[in-house]
Design a protein around this ligand. Structure first.
Ligand SMILES: [Ca+2]
Ligand SMILES: [Ca+2]
Length: 483
């Protein structure tokens, strides 16, 4: 199903032979390590859209560490989550399977994923694959939905049960079923679980290992509540804050189904936010949360730079999906527009070209086969992702493949470099030409001039829409809960 990808040996030989000369600031591999694959660090953040300096999604985003990582490596600027929800996005990343194949469209307990549907019966999760390939596997924080299924890692450092210290009294928003609120809290970075996760990972980088390691760190911010200490707010002064684009009548050309599946009554909407003069406060709190998590990413990267592993490690950084901060009048995820699906995805380190941006559509689902290609000459069985390694090398001609995101059974978006097709389970559609309309405002789905594009894109919709597993654990749109 997936086109052939470079195996580890090919990847390493390409890295050593072709790339070292092309990338002057890339560390030269210390040895032609044909036998020992590089260490791998996977850093995941939660609910971060493209508001990082390297992607310029918000002109005032301050993310020096993520930007430095992007500069030292390759940024995939058209990367998308396979689901705009934490649990199913992470399940897809960790299994290499689409939500429409596994039936995991909503949240599910980590230990219930294995065997939840026939596609997941004998699943080998990404850390397990790397363990079998000879890696020492370590993880901390939010990697799957809660943390990680039992015994997935050789060492798992646990996860804070919630989203960090919670103010006793909500500052602005106190609705059941969401952790959403915003404000400066607690006093010190040391009280944040993400700081502890970063320190745990940094400490692991000071140890010796007998085999290559896979170290994965799952940070909680900028997931709600947007609580971080005051000094992160201070670097984003509210007075001069840029607000994202919002079109008043944007919803007029949308199918009814878009409204139905998106409606989340426990989240702030544009009319509440405007009436209560909170838009700038929310944007400031989100930017502050991003700068804080960038600082935590920096703790891990600085520990790597000081370690003996700095020249023999591949780093991969991503978020699990994006977030609306007023675009389309929403302050939430759970949509198929690119505000919710687009994510930063960066690879850096040994053998990865520096200062490159690749705009081919790719998905988080591609991470599993990519890391498998670095670690092993075996391919993961049945993976629906595609290794990113050939894309890193312009001399390798890689046919473009649209990327799929799914929100509930039968609701999908298909993205190419230029277009977005959204198809809902009742057959209604949206089509956007993102070259002319980067905000996905003008729905072209019924425009006769674009029917050819629609027909081309709909070929990439999944043939299978697996039944929903364990619907009771959903914490998403009420529309799905009624079904
Ligand atoms: Ca998330
Ligand atoms: Ca519109």
């Amino acid at each position: 199903m997936a086109p052939p990808s470079l195996n580890r040996r090919q990847f390493i030989s390409l890295s050593a032979a072709g790339l070292a000369s092309a990338c002057s600031d890339m560390p030269t591999p210390s040895r032609p390590s044909a036998e020992t694959p590089p260490n791998i660090i996977l850093i995941m953040v939660d609910d971060l859209n493209d508001w990082v300096g390297a992607m310029n999604g918000h002109p005032q985003a301050r993310t020096p560490n993520i930007d430095r990582l992007a500069k030292s490596g390759t940024l995939f600027s058209n990367a998308h989550a396979q689901a705009p929800v934490c649990g199913p996005s992470r399940t897809s990343l960790m299994t290499g399977l689409l939500p429409s194949t596994t039936g995991v469209y909503g949240h599910i307990e980590d230990d219930d994923i294995r065997g939840a549907s026939s596609a997941l019966k004998e699943i080998v999760f990404l850390p397990e694959f790397l363990g079998q390939a000879g890696y020492h596997t370590m993880g901390i924080g939010k990697l799957f939905h809660k943390g990680a299924p039992q015994n997935t890692f050789d060492e798992f450092g646990g996860r804070h049960p919630g989203f960090g210290p919670k103010s006793e009294q909500a500052f602005h928003w106190d609705k059941e079923g969401t952790s959403t609120d915003w404000g400066a809290f607690p006093e010190s970075d040391d009280d944040m679980p993400d700081t502890k996760s970063a320190q745990w990972a940094a400490e692991r980088l000071r140890r010796d290992y007998e085999k290559p390691f896979f170290l994965s760190v799952g940070f909680l911010r900028p997931h709600v509540p947007w609580y971080v200490p005051q000094h992160w707010f201070d670097i984003h002064p509210k007075e001069r804050l840029w607000l994202p684009p919002f079109l008043e009548n944007d919803w007029d050309d949308l199918p009814k189904k878009a409204q139905e599946i998106t409606n989340l009554p426990n989240m702030p909407d544009m009319s509440w936010v405007r009436d209560n003069d909170q838009w700038k406060n929310i944007v400031q709190a989100y930017l502050a949360s991003i700068s804080f998590v960038d600082h935590c990413v920096g703790i891990v990267l600085k520990a790597l730079e000081k370690s003996t592993y700095k020249d023999n490690t591949v780093i991969i950084f991503c978020s699990d999906h994006g977030y609306h901060l007023g675009e389309k009048g929403l302050f939430q995820k759970f949509t198929l527009w690119q505000r919710s699906t687009r994510v930063p995805l960066i690879m850096s380190g040994k053998g990865i070209p520096s200062s490159r941006t690749i705009d081919a559509p790719v998905g988080l689902i591609d991470i599993y086969p990519t890391l498998a290609g670095i670690a092993s000459s075996e391919s993961p069985r049945g993976s629906q992702g595609r290794s990113l390694l050939p894309l890193l090398h312009p001399e390798t001609k890689t046919p473009e493949r649209p990327v799929l995101s799914t929100y509930g059974p039968g609701n999908h978006s298909v993205r190419t470099r230029d277009y977005t097709l959204i198809r809902y389970s009742n057959g209604s559609s949206e089509l956007y030409d993102r070259r002319a309309d980067p905000n996905e405002w003008k729905n072209l789905a019924t425009d006769s001039k674009y029917q050819n594009v629609v027909r081309q894109l709909e070929k990439h919709l999944p043939a299978e829409n697996a039944a929903w597993v364990d619907k009771s654990q959903l914490n998403i749109s009420p529309y799905f809960r009624q079904k």
